[in-house]
Design a protein around this ligand. Structure first.
Ligand code: NAD
Length: 496
């Protein structure tokens, strides 16, 4: 018997609504490979409604009249509500995107800290009184919000990645229209209810769901959107950049990667092997910061491969909703098809598949969208599996002979999101961290993030930074105010 699907509606101007056209999209449970919920399939008119609500809330009513301290208090109150509901939100994410409850639950709990941190920062954004080269002028700067910020997000960590944008944007005084991924919208639709409970005025946070090329594109080109903050693939990021160009929108882009995780000969191999596993298999590889290229010094190469396959082989595949599961399904069918195609490309290009290499044979996993954890050795950096983002549990191991070669290979990529260095030599760590063309470098750790630590990409991995104090300026613009303090009339035909 077909399962009854739960309907989740958008939030616009404080009201729950379906799409104007009455259309819906199914949302799938990747573990069962079947739909479990429906979300509104919106169109341009729905985007217009959501943007109009956000624009009205930005321009009039209680939100623009609030002091930064009041806005900060709302964000801190919201953080408490998130902690109360973190487990429920984490379970929704697991059902919708198939990632482990251990991971999604940890993310939904941790995301509260972004609201607390930026809530605290809201009233510490100070302008400056300028010393001025013109003595009769009193001149100061102030930082003002931009207006309506569109937030378009990916399916892999829906609420955490949204929070990196939303907490800073609201602390700065903007309003928001959120377009979550069509593959995992449910947690966002449930989460936004907490804003009303925390006391945010209606219209400050709105959602619009649907397909990227319809709703995402309409939002990215909307003339009343001041900025688009995006997380997703680099090709989509490029389209968003182009869509925003005619209205000169600000754009910040958190895009994909092909991050190099480098194990030097002097590394603590126990820690390095665990770091390599967490870099690629933790979220079935569905993380922008996946350490998908493992560069290993030739002298320890065979030992690392042996230890790594030993750990990866014992990883427990199963239902992502069970706390003991270590490898869950991948989120979408097209994504699984892409991963399997990349595995075939690795084989065809001459890499050696030493583990995995397809879908699991166990019939228990036949229905869900599983891919085996896969390890390639003998990879050279020009193979497709080393150049294209797989976004799945596929590790490419590349051997190197000296530091210069490791750095050259690591930087020989169109991407530059993150990198990892495993060494006990402090000089080597400092020199290599300086040489890495990536927005984040981890030394003797991997896949660590914090609300305090700026995050973003070099090269095709993105524009702008999220998290950390400086990221709030991505959502602010500077106004300079001039006063003349003397009653003099100067020559109007020369610059004053
Ligand atoms: P995606 O680019 O396919 O989709 C992301 C979002 O963009 C979705 O909401 C989608 O509906 C929307 N979209 C699609 N086409 C659009 C268009 N033409 N105009 C406007 N919006 C459009 O990415 P995905 O498959 O959901 O996520 C995986 C990608 O995200 C990977 O490349 C991954 O590396 C990247 N990612 C980056 C970060 C980061 O912080 N740097 C974090 C997570 C994921």
């Amino acid at each position: 018997m077909a399962q009854t699907l739960q309907d989740f509606e958008n939030l616009v101007n404080g009201k729950r609504i379906a799409a104007r056209g009455g259309q819906w999209l199914d949302s799938y449970d990747p573990y069962r490979g079947e739909p479990w919920a429906r979300i509104p399939r919106c169109a341009q008119s729905d985007v217009d409604d959501a943007v109009a609500a956000a624009r009205a809330a930005f321009r009039s009513g209680p939100w623009p009249a609030m002091t930064p301290t009041e806005r900060g208090k709302l964000l801190v109150r919201l953080a408490g509500l998130i902690e109360r509901d973190a487990e429920r939100l984490g379970r929704l994410e697991t059902q919708d995107n198939g990632k482990l409850i251990a991971e999604m639950g940890a993310q939904t709990r941790y995301m509260a800290e972004w609201y607390r941190y930026f809530g605290g920062l809201a009233d510490k954004i100070e302008g400056r009184v300028l010393p001025m080269d013109k003595p009769s002028r009193f001149t100061f700067t102030r930082h003002e919000p931009l207006g309506v910020v569109a937030m378009i997000t990916a399916w892999n960590s829906p609420l955490l990645l949204l929070s990196w944008k939303l907490a800073a944007a609201l602390a700065a005084g903007n309003t928001a229209v959120i377009k979550p991924s069509e593959h995992a919208s449910v947690s966002t639709l449930e989460f936004v209810s907490l804003f009303e409970e925390a006391g945010f005025p209606p219209g400050v946070v709105n959602t619009v769901t649907g397909l990227g090329p319809d709703v995402g594109a309409a939002l990215a080109s909307h003339p009343d959107v001041a900025k688009v903050a995006f997380t997703g693939g680099d090709m989509t990021g490029q389209k968003i950049y182009e869509a925003g160009a005619p209205s000169l929108k600000r754009v910040s882009l958190e895009l994909g990667g092909k991050s190099a995780n480098i194990i030097f000969a002097d590394a603590n191999l126990d820690a390095a092997v665990m770091g390599a596993v967490s870099g690629i298999f933790a979220a079935s590889g569905q993380t922008c910061i996946a350490g998908s290229r493992l560069l290993v010094h030739r002298s320890v190469h065979d030992e690392v491969v042996e230890r790594l396959t030993e750990v990866a082989r014992t990883a427990k595949m199963g239902n992502p909703a069970e706390p003991g599961t270590q490898v869950g399904p991948v989120t979408t069918q097209p994504q699984r098809a892409h991963i399997l195609k990349m595995i075939e490309a690795g084989k065809a290009d001459g890499a050696r598949c030493v583990m995995g290499g397809g879908t699991p044979k166990d019939p228990a996993f036949a229905q869900g969208w599983f891919v085996e954890p896969t390890i390639f050795t003998g990879v050279s950096n020009d193979m497709r599996v080393a150049r294209i983002e797989v976004f799945g549990p596929v590790l490419s191991i590349i051997a190197f002979d000296d530091d210069a070669e490791a750095i050259r290979i690591a930087n020989d990529s169109p991407y530059g999101l993150a990198s990892g260095l495993w060494t006990r030599d402090i000089g080597r760590a400092i020199n290599a961290s300086r040489a890495m063309e990536s927005g984040t470098v981890w030394v003797n750790t991997y896949r660590a993030v914090s609300f305090m630590a700026p995050f973003g990409g070099y090269k095709r991995s993105g524009i702008g930074r999220e998290s950390g104090q400086e990221s709030i300026y991505e959502f602010l613009q500077t106004k300079t105010v001039w006063f003349e303090t003397e009653e003099s009339t100067s020559n109007p035909f020369i610059i004053r």
